[in-house]
Design a protein around this ligand. Structure first.
Ligand SMILES: *[C@@H]1O[C@H](CO)[C@@H](O)[C@H](O)[C@H]1NC(C)=O
Ligand SMILES: *[C@@H]1O[C@H](CO)[C@@H](O)[C@H](O)[C@H]1NC(C)=O
Ligand SMILES: *[C@@H]1O[C@H](CO)[C@@H](O)[C@H](O)[C@H]1NC(C)=O
Ligand SMILES: CC(=O)N[C@H]1CO[C@H](CO)[C@@H](O)[C@@H]1O
Length: 577
């Protein structure tokens, strides 16, 4: 048996954070505004819909909500293509609606965090239009290049072999300007040129603009793509080496090359530190609560950790832990979970919090990936580990993927594929309307058509039904969120270990406070465990909460030496003094 003796380290790490930050042990809720609540009956979610539901989020106990992009956009990539960084997308409402949302959020005491998409704009952005026209102020706002002349054919070709995330060349020819521009995502998302100080300044103005509107911070999108390599001495961009990945034989795919010139350049980390300085400065000048940054990056573990800061400069408060999201899946064994949790906890610099993410709008639903039976177990895990927990809307209800046919698919990442392969790439199944109640269209809208279909199971799986039921995924979730206010859950050390392939056992305790024990059984079969062998607990424990299908009910007292870890069940217990 391998008992981790990391508790001393963790106690130190968490102990160094003072107890005055609003975000400590924060609970972040990701709202996908297009699918959250439609207040005006057009089948598309909107800001007034979010405002209407803020009390619901507060009742669950969330600290903050971050909204996927709400700025003006032609919606080629559903808001990740911004046409005006200073305006609200008309389908979602007006600036007045946004101001009301902020005012209401203050009333109910929930922080609002905006999605900031710095890597690219929409091709309909006025900056891009001016850049195409060669307007001196905007000429170099984007990355333009003449391309190369093929010596054999005499034809003009893209400057390099770089591919877009959404397949095919990352270079697109522009007839007006007679040059190629770079787009690491869709063609309609030209990459901004961060080597141009005017761009860096403009994007800082964007941050200041929304801070002045009262947002509590930003979740920053697609960090690794911010910078590309500089032109070489022949004024060319070098080709990237082939990845030689046998799983990726298609030259049009992004994974066909290794992205050494287009991702994770060191300048990226510096940019995060600059943005942190900006939000800290705003706080110094304007007072109030500190503003925070969350960063999105599918990048190496070391890079993610560096986003926290380098010991001199601070960076992101919450560099999303995508090591966890990308490494942990339904086939993971207890030891894999423990290894990844330990890896993060041990790599974090002093004075910061860990964070745990398993779902977002770019991945299939947790309940579909791990099985509906395991949704409570996963929620228990995310909510009882030290640090921040991030929940994508609907995961607290155990919403599942909704099958979307090829004809109905709207996600550009899937549309760029074909009828045979699109489903694996499609992000639509996890983006369908939130299931509020059993009324038509799940209470999402009064329209008869929605931008993505409402799940068939909404009559039996919705927020209202779960709130009324004596026990439900949502009730369990609420219990967990409340529990996080306990000193042991907020600041307590973590002692974690795997027992066999299926059982994850851990405790959380702050000195002088209650001892909490969490038992997660990933496997299908029941196992009886003598918890007194692993924790210094007396003969009895009390069940705080447990998965829906557990044999135990909340408040029940159990014998520590004969605990039944039911299959696919998670349980939180507290030692009886
Ligand atoms: C892939 O193979 C080519 C030679 O066929 C080599 O030049 C290149 O460096 C390899 N790529 C990587 C990432 O190893
Ligand atoms: C970084 O953050 C810590 C608090 O976590 C603070 O004590 C320190 O002064 C900050 N450093 C800078 C350079 O802002
Ligand atoms: C997850 O794995 C278990 C086996 O441990 C299997 O029974 C179940 O069907 C899998 N669920 C999904 C959603 O793949
Ligand atoms: C998780 C996440 O927000 N991913 C986004 C990364 O950026 C691209 C392009 O902006 C979006 O398509 C993804 O949704």
């Amino acid at each position: 048996m391998h008992l981790l003796t990391v508790s001393g380290v963790l106690a130190l790490v968490l102990g160094t954070v003072s107890a005055t930050y609003w975000w400590e042990a924060g609970n972040y809720y990701q709202i996908y505004p297009r699918s959250f609540r439609d207040s005006n009956g057009d089948g598309i979610g909107d800001l007034n819909g979010v405002t209407e539901k803020l009390q619901y989020l507060k009742d669950i106990g969330f600290t903050a909500a971050w909204l996927s992009p709400i700025m003006k956009s032609p919606m080629v990539d559903f808001g990740y293509d911004i046409a005006d960084f200073y305006q609200i997308h008309p389908e979602y409402g007006t600036m007045e609606d946004f101001e009301r949302l902020i005012a209401r959020a203050k009333e109910v005491d929930i922080k609002i965090i905006l999605d900031f998409v710095p890597n690219h704009s929409s091709d309909e952005n006025e900056w891009f239009i001016k850049s195409v026209d060669g307007d001196p102020a905007y000429k170099d706002f984007y990355i333009w290049h003449d391309g190369k002349i093929n010596e054999e054919t005499g034809e003009r070709e893209p400057p390099s072999n770089w591919n877009s995330e959404f397949r095919y060349s990352a270079w697109e020819w522009n007839e007006v300007r007679q040059q190629y521009y770079l787009h690491q995502f869709a063609k309609a998302q030209p990459d901004l040129n961060y080597r141009n100080p005017a761009v860096v300044n403009e994007m800082k103005n964007v941050l200041r603009f929304w801070l002045a509107k009262g947002v509590a911070g930003f979740r920053i999108d697609a960090i690794p793509y911010l910078f590309e390599v500089e032109l070489d001495r022949y004024n060319q961009y070098p080709d990237e080496p082939l990845s030689n990945d046998t799983n990726c034989p298609d030259p049009d795919d992004h994974c066909y090359t290794k992205h050494i010139y287009t991702q994770d350049l060191p300048e990226t980390t510096d940019m995060i530190y600059q943005w942190r300085e900006l939000v800290d400065e705003f706080h110094r000048v304007h007072g109030g609560d500190e503003r925070m940054l969350l960063t999105e990056a599918y990048t190496s573990f070391d890079n993610i950790i560096r986003f926290y800061g380098d010991g001199v400069r601070n960076g992101s408060h919450v560099p999303f832990n995508f090591d966890f999201l990308t490494s942990i899946n339904n086939a993971s064994k207890a030891g894999d979970y423990v290894a990844h949790i330990e890896k993060w906890m041990n790599a974090m610099p002093a004075g910061v919090y860990a964070n745990w993410v398993l779902g977002n709008h770019d991945n299939k639903r947790i309940a579909s990936r791990f099985g509906v039976q395991r949704i409570d177990l996963i929620n228990i895990l995310l909510q009882t580990l030290p640090g921040h927990a991030v929940t994508y809307n609907g995961e607290e209800l155990g919403m599942t993927d909704v099958f979307i046919s090829w004809e109905d698919t709207v996600d550009p990442q899937a549309c760029n594929s074909d009828p045979e392969h699109y489903y694996a790439r499609s992000r639509d199944p996890a983006r369908t309307p939130y299931q509020w109640d059993a009324s038509p269209m799940a209470g999402f809208t009064s329209a008869d058509v929605t931008w993505l279909p409402v799940s068939d199971d909404y009559k039996t799986n919705n927020a209202l039904q779960q709130l009324r039921a004596p026990q439900s995924h949502l009730q369990i979730f609420k219990t967990l969120v409340q529990l996080r206010q306990e000193p042991s859950l907020k600041f307590g050390a973590l002692k974690i270990q795997a027992v066999g392939d299926d059982i994850i056992l851990y405790s959380r305790q702050k000195e002088g406070s209650d001892l909490y024990v969490v038992v997660l059984n990933l496997g299908d079969s029941n196992q009886q465990i003598d918890l007194t062998k692993y924790f210094s607990v007396s003969s009895e424990l009390e069940v705080i909460t447990s998965s829906l299908q557990s044999q135990y009910v909340n408040g029940e007292t159990v014998k520590a030496s004969e605990f039944n870890a039911n299959g696919q069940v998670g349980t939180v217990l507290v030692a009886v003094k």
